[in-house]
Ligand binder design. Structure first.
Ligand SMILES: N[C@@H](CCC(=O)N[C@@H](CS)C(=O)NCC(=O)O)C(=O)O
Length: 231
């Protein structure tokens, strides 16, 4: 039976842009597990809570099991499907991925948000736009447009925060080493979030991270590369 994934959707239900849901989508593909997705909108919190007990996505339903939170889902998949390709390449890889997850959540995701938050708003369903604007403007203490107004220069600071990724990829093809691991999907999820909703380019033209991003886009028969983009 296919695993159900509740996945954040835009005005166009085919636009799936959550960085956390992308981590889970790629983790499921890495494990080779069949999946059916349920498009979810921010304003459908009550329905999601009733169905799964969570107010955030991603959530997966695997038979009797419901698991919320992208990290918890990755750990669950690794434990529940040990015979399938490993997401972490062992206990050390899991520990390292946990650090990357924390770094991405604390530094990378907020760094991207302040560059594209108004583009995210544009891609949303009209029912979600009011909620998103109010909650995010309260968070930033200003309008969405003011948050991103200086992004052409602010992007340089964001690019510097990716230096550890750049240096790691100089020595190895994947953050997971010789082959992709969940660490790759964590970092890629942030870049894919921007790619799905915004024409603003996060990476400089000469950035070697672009080659790695292209390789992740090609994985699993171009799963991420063929994602619908908001135009
Ligand atoms: N730590 C969680 C974060 C999940 C999360 O924040 N998801 C967002 C979608 S990108 C959400 O559901 N937000 C609900 C809201 O902002 O009301 C994870 O890794 O899954």
């Amino acid at each position: 039976m296919a695993i159900t994934l509740y996945d954040l959707a835009g005005a166009d239900a085919e636009i799936r842009f959550s960085p956390f849901c992308w981590r889970t989508t790629l983790a499921l593909a890495h494990k080779g597990l069949p999946v059916q997705t349920v498009p979810w909108r921010f304003t459908e919190k009550a329905e999601l809570f009733q169905a799964t007990g969570s107010r955030r996505v991603p959530v997966i339903v695997d038979g009797e099991r419901m698991v919320a939170d992208s990290w918890a889902i990755a750990e669950y998949l690794e434990q529940a499907y040990p015979e399938r390709p490993s997401l972490f390449h062992g206990a050390g890889g899991l520990a390292h991925a946990q650090f990357i997850n924390a770094w991405a959540d604390a530094i990378m995701i907020p760094g991207i948000a302040r560059l594209i938050v108004d583009d995210v708003w544009r891609a949303l369903d009209s029912r979600d736009q009011g909620y998103f604007r109010t909650s995010r403007e309260a968070h930033f203490g200003t309008t969405l447009e003011a948050v991103t107004a200086d992004r052409d220069t602010a992007v340089e600071g964001f690019r510097q925060t990716l230096t550890p990724v750049r240096l790691a990829l100089r020595r190895q093809s994947w953050l997971g080493g010789l082959s992709p691991s969940y660490a790759d999907y964590i970092v890629f999820g942030g870049l894919q979030w921007a790619r799905c909703v915004s024409a603003f380019e996060l990476l400089a033209e000469s950035d070697p991270i672009r080659d790695w991003r292209d390789r992740v886009l090609d994985l699993f028969n171009g799963l991420a590369g063929s994602a619908r983009l908001f135009a």
